[in-house]
Structures are given as structure tokens and as C-alpha cells.
Ligand binder design. Structure first.
Ligand code: K2U
Ligand code: ZN
Length: 166
């Protein structure tokens, strides 16, 4: 089990679009294990493969308090969504920046599990937000893409200062 380096904004590879996973083997299992170790250590409640510079359509999530409800989303797609909600979001690739983001309140997601079995999940709340955040990553999108240009300019100015301070 290894912690993987997380790409930081503005690394260009954060804008790459992930490729479909076709092989469900031991390598995929090892990658998922390492991604969960990386996520829990960050700490975070989600992590997309894009963030560790691996461009496969794969994300790991665990929004539970006890950190005992891991969810692996392979080749996930949102089939339906409803409502709107606003939540303050952060990102492990844009540390120390938090902004309110408007997203869908409820989603129906089709995905494959680690064995390649097709699954469908319907959810709201923090899990729905996290799923949308991670699927954004797999499409090369970041949560700052969803805020106003003025808020983005201010957030990135603050981020630059924090990064320079180290
Ligand atoms: O993908 C990531 O960068 C991990 C994100 C996932 C996330 C962001 C906003 C809202 C929901 C999920 C987070 O940085 S993980 C850190 C975190 C921890 C607790 C609550 C919210 C965010
Ligand atoms: Zn993120």
C-alpha cells in the first residue's frame, strides 16, 4: 500500500480526460488500494485517478465518518439528476481554497465495481456532491470552473500566495 503524489493546480494533466477501463485485473486492484491510502492520508473523502496522474476512468470515495464505507467507481456516468444544491467545496489538487459550488442535489449513477459488475446508485447529500466532483476530475474539470470569473480570480490569487509561501 503506497501513498501516491497528488497533482497540484495548475498542472496541465489535471485537464486530461480519463480513458475507459477495460481490464479488471490485479493491477487495477493495487491502484485502487493505493488511491484509498492516498485519500485517507490526505485526508479526503474522494480522489480521482486523474489527480494521481493516472488517466483511467476511476475514482474512490468514502464520505462516512468512520471511514469504513469505501466506494469504487469505474467507468461511471450520471444517468439522471435532479434539483440544485450549494455546498462549500475544496480540492486536494487546489489545497486551502474553498468556494461555494452549485451542483445537482440528486444523481443516478451507473458504474462498474472492481470486478467489472455493472451497478446503479441513486443518492443525494454529500455523496452526490462528491461523485459529481470526482467525475468532473475525470473529465478534466475542476470545482473552480463552476464559480464566477471574479471569485475564481480572487481564489487563484490567494492560492498563488499560499503556494509561494510554501
Ligand atoms: O477530489 C478531491 O479533491 C477530494 C475532494 C472531494 C470533495 C470536495 C468537495 C466536496 C465533496 C468532496 C475533497 O477535497 S476531500 C476533502 C474534504 C473533506 C471533507 C469534506 C469535504 C472535503
Ligand atoms: Zn478535487
Amino acid at each position: 500500500m503506497a501513498c501516491l503524489p497528488i497533482l497540484l493546480y495548475p498542472h496541465p494533466n489535471l485537464r486530461k480526460v480519463a480513458q475507459r477501463v477495460d481490464v479488471f485485473d490485479e493491477n487495477l486492484r493495487q491502484l485502487v488500494t493505493d488511491m484509498f491510502a492516498t485519500m485517507y492520508a490526505a485526508p479526503g473523502i474522494g480522489l480521482a485517478a486523474t489527480q494521481v496522474d493516472i488517466h483511467q476512468h476511476l475514482a474512490v470515495i468514502d464520505v462516512s465518518e468512520e471511514k469504513n464505507q469505501p466506494l469504487v467507481l469505474v467507468n461511471a456516468e450520471i444517468l439522471a439528476s435532479e434539483g440544485i444544491e450549494e455546498m462549500e467545496e475544496g480540492c486536494l489538487s487546489i489545497p486551502q481554497i474553498n468556494e461555494k459550488v452549485t451542483r445537482k442535489e440528486w444523481v443516478r449513477v451507473r458504474y462498474q465495481d472492481l470486478d467489472g459488475n455493472e451497478c446503479v446508485l441513486e443518492t443525494g447529500g454529500l455523496l452526490a456532491v462528491c461523485i459529481q466532483h470526482e467525475l468532473d476530475h475525470l473529465h478534466g474539470r475542476l470545482f473552480i470552473d463552476h464559480i464566477s470569473p471574479l471569485k475564481r480570480e480572487r481564489a487563484l490569487k490567494k492560492y498563488d500566495k499560499l503556494q509561494k509561501r510554501g
